[in-house]
Write a protein that binds this ligand. Structure first.
Ligand SMILES: Nc1ncnc2c1ncn2[C@@H]1O[C@H](COP(=O)(O)OP(=O)(O)OP(=O)(O)O)[C@@H](O)[C@H]1O
Length: 240
């Protein structure tokens, strides 16, 4: 099968369920999720704490597997895939950004990004990734010398330097103040638009939803609603 073109689904979930534990202590993190994400789309996942957002993102990114149901990346079935196949999927196709930046403190900014470009099949030059997040002037600094927002931008540079098809972000602005959070969102939006990277961003912040192509609300392990904003706003136009 040819890779999906613009607008075609790059990720598909069908009747996805994830249960932790069993019997009386079972936690139904996802109950029955059907979702398609198109190539190049910017999707925001909203929902209360514990609603299942991270579980869904982790399954889409091959960090976790469903208890039942199907999840596909293009024509690769991720459900039931073994550790080796999921590791290869993540390495080749997925960039992750988490709330905490997970940078190596003893390495410079450029060296943190090079950790990924050294092992990727078709990486961009480290300095190109740093330019995309406007951090070239800080390339030789250590993480401890950077603000939280700058550290998060390094984490984004590291995630995109391997030219992943998917950029999956779990609360990327959760540890940042308002203005810094906006800067980080601007970077993610720019990468989505300039590189065409499909982006899925989890947030508690409903205002961020304005910058999405589609807003998926998760409640109690289910998709509660899907909205398409009339116009995609820039992060600068958002306020909360
Ligand atoms: N490893 C685990 N073992 C048991 N229960 C878990 C595990 N991971 C998640 N859960 C439960 O699954 C449910 C969904 O969790 P999940 O982390 O996906 O929610 P979330 O919407 O991302 O929440 P938050 O916004 O607080 O990060 C929660 O009730 C959580 O307690």
């Amino acid at each position: 099968m040819a890779p999906a073109g613009p607008g075609e689904p790059v990720l598909r979930a069908r009747a996805l369920a994830k249960t932790y534990g069993s019997g009386a202590s079972a936690v139904y993190a996802l109950r029955s999720v059907d979702l398609e994400i198109a190539r190049g789309e910017f999707v925001v996942l909203l929902g209360a704490s514990g609603s299942g957002k991270s579980t869904l993102l982790n399954i889409l990114g091959g960090l976790d597997t469903p208890t039942s149901g199907e999840v596909w990346f293009e024509d690769h079935a991720l459900h039931g895939a073994g550790d080796e196949a999921l590791t290869a999927y993540r390495r080749e196709h997925v960039g992750f950004v988490f709330q905490f930046y997970n940078l190596i403190p003893s390495l410079t900014v450029a060296e943190n990004v090079a950790l990924v470009t050294d092992i990727a099949a078709d990486p961009m030059p480290v300095d190109e990734a740093l330019a995309l997040v406007a951090l070239m002037p800080r390339r030789n600094h250590f993480p401890s010398q950077l603000s939280g927002g700058e550290q998060q931008r390094v984490a984004i540079a590291r995630a995109i330097a391997k030219r992943p098809q998917l950029l999956l972000c779990d609360e990327p602005t959760g540890a940042l103040d308002y203005a810094t959070g906006k800067l980080v969102l601007e970077v993610i939006a720019r990468i989505n638009q300039e590189l065409g990277t499909t982006a899925v961003v989890i947030t508690h912040n409903a205002a961020i939803a304005g910058m999405a192509d589609r807003v998926v609300r998760v409640a109690d392990g289910r998709i509660a609603s899907v909205e398409v904003p009339a116009r995609r706003l820039t992060p600068a136009e958002l306020s909360w």
